[in-house]
Write a protein that binds this ligand. Structure first.
Ligand SMILES: [Zn+2]
Length: 471
């Protein structure tokens, strides 16, 4: 184990969802995020909706698509506490060079419909829509049931489907994988969080959890309290407008992860009106730090809901820690007890945290991050250059600290084998130019950094998706 210096870096790293074959809601594929941005994410986001007109079928009306976008804008506005406002354009109906069946054939698992994206973007350009102005915020509702996913921030949707679906896929485009459950035996339950639209959330009230809001840059330091000492803390329901109380607690578990404590008051659906467990309790989540993402079990894009009542058959519906109950993590030296509601407007919850010991340090794997291309620069013509920064956080934060080699590989998403591989790069700058150019299509580039043996030799890697619009 290396000597740990400094604090963990605050990096936003794309996951390997594509290569690892993450599956998504309603038969999605993909799930690799675009986000590598740091810090709060606010302002006006311009979203382009590409309206595909399949031969012999009516295109969606502009009104139908605008209705979906208005709901998405409202959801994102509320989730971001007004930090993000969404503006959108809907293209005129676009005719693509191939029939629907051609693109459907591309949608199988681990296989982005990259030709659909490229053809639709080029058709939009021909119709006068400059898609480059929209960065990664491009939505393509087109292929029909079971066809949802996101790569490189571009989202394809089965079609009109309501806020549960649209917010779920848009959440992927922001750099998150699913809101899962963490079972008592340590197993990750995909979509396990029934309150959050990146799990099986109920729709317009299915706010993303506080770990995701933190990840998206939607909670300031005063809105998410980092618990550094034992005490009783008051939090408000984070699915109501923030009104002077913190929206959650963040409690360091160990070098790899934190607990998050949140409180909800609106996250119900027609199937589950007035869930009393959530109304009168705290939800506990575990969130993993970004460098942890190649852990075979956990990726940092996951936020894992804990079930406080694993003995009951209600599964995740009664996951909350009720008033008067205590959760104890002996190894972590952490006790969390729900004291009671505050009786305020908005409603609040008082939570007592007792910290009794500090878990031992662990050997952290290398950190690797793309500098070029940046998150929103995901298409190339001609040769492509990739530049990666890597370091071992146990040895230092400078590029190259404790790193033996960096290798970059480009995968054609159809074939799942590298189509190009860099020589091992022994020192920064970890830069690699691909020439001759790649053919038209979608690719994943994977950067694999290995720590020096004296730093533990652990490796870490990350992938990012990009499109080549060439011939
Ligand atoms: Zn999904």
């Amino acid at each position: 184990m290396g000597t740990r210096k400094g604090s963990p870096p605050f990096l936003w790293l794309p996951c390997l969802g594509l290569l690892l074959g993450s599956s998504c809601r309603g038969g999605e594929n993909g799930g690799d995020p675009a986000g590598t941005a740091e810090g709060p994410q606010g302002g006006t986001w311009d979203v382009l909706v590409l309206n595909i007109a399949w031969p012999g079928e009516a295109a969606y009306s502009r009104e139908d698509l605008a209705k979906e976008m208005e709901a998405l804008a409202s959801f994102i506005g509320a989730n971001s506490s007004g930090r993000v406002s969404i503006a959108y354009d809907v293209t005129s109906p676009l005719t693509l060079p191939n029939p629907r069946s051609y693109y459907e054939a591309e949608k199988s698992d681990k296989n982005a419909p990259s030709t659909l994206m490229l053809d639709a973007m080029e058709a939009a350009a021909a119709a006068g829509f400059d898609y480059t102005k929209y960065g990664s915020h491009i939505l393509i509702p087109s292929l029909g049931p079971g066809n949802n996913g996101a790569h490189g921030g571009k989202v394809w949707l089965s079609g009109l489907g309501g806020i549960s679906l649209w917010s779920h896929e848009f959440g992927h485009s922001l750099g998150s994988s699913h809101s899962n459950g963490l079972a008592p035996d340590g197993a990750v339950v995909e979509y396990g969080n029934p309150f959050d639209n990146l799990g099986k959330g109920p729709g317009s009230t299915g706010h993303f959890n506080v770990r995701l809001k933190e990840r998206f840059g939607w909670l300031s330091d005063s809105e998410l309290t980092t618990v550094a000492s034992s005490g009783t803390y008051r939090i408000q329901a984070h699915d109501l407008p923030i009104a002077g109380y913190p929206a959650g607690l963040k409690i360091r578990r160990d070098d790899a992860s934190n607990y998050y404590v949140e409180f909800r008051q609106t996250t119900f659906s027609a199937d589950d009106p007035g869930n009393p467990f959530v109304l009168d309790g705290a939800l506990l989540l575990r969130g993993f730090n970004d460098w942890q993402y190649l852990n075979p079990t956990f990726s940092p894009q996951q936020s894992l809901l804990l079930d406080m009542t694993p003995e009951t058959p209600l599964n995740w519906r009664d996951a909350a820690l009720g008033i008067g109950r205590t959760y104890e993590d002996g190894a972590g030296g952490i006790q969390i007890r729900v004291v009671g509601k505050g009786g305020t407007v908005p409603e609040t919850l008082d939570v007592e945290v007792v910290l009794s010991s500090t878990p031992a340090a662990i050997d952290r794997p290398a950190v690797v991050r793309f500098l070029v291309p940046q998150a929103t620069t995901d298409s190339f013509s001609g040769s492509a250059t990739f530049v990666v920064e890597a370091h071992d956080p146990d040895l230092g934060m400078a590029d190259g600290s404790g790193i033996a080699t960096v290798v970059l590989e480009i995968y054609n998403v159809k074939k799942e084998v590298p189509v190009r591989t860099s020589p091992p790069l022994a020192a920064p700058p970890y830069s690699w130019t691909v020439n001759p150019p790649l053919g038209r299509g979608g690719y994943v580039v994977l950067a694999r950094a290995t720590s020096a043996p004296e730093a533990g030799g652990q490796f870490n890697s990350l992938g990012t998706f990009f499109l080549v619009p060439g011939p």
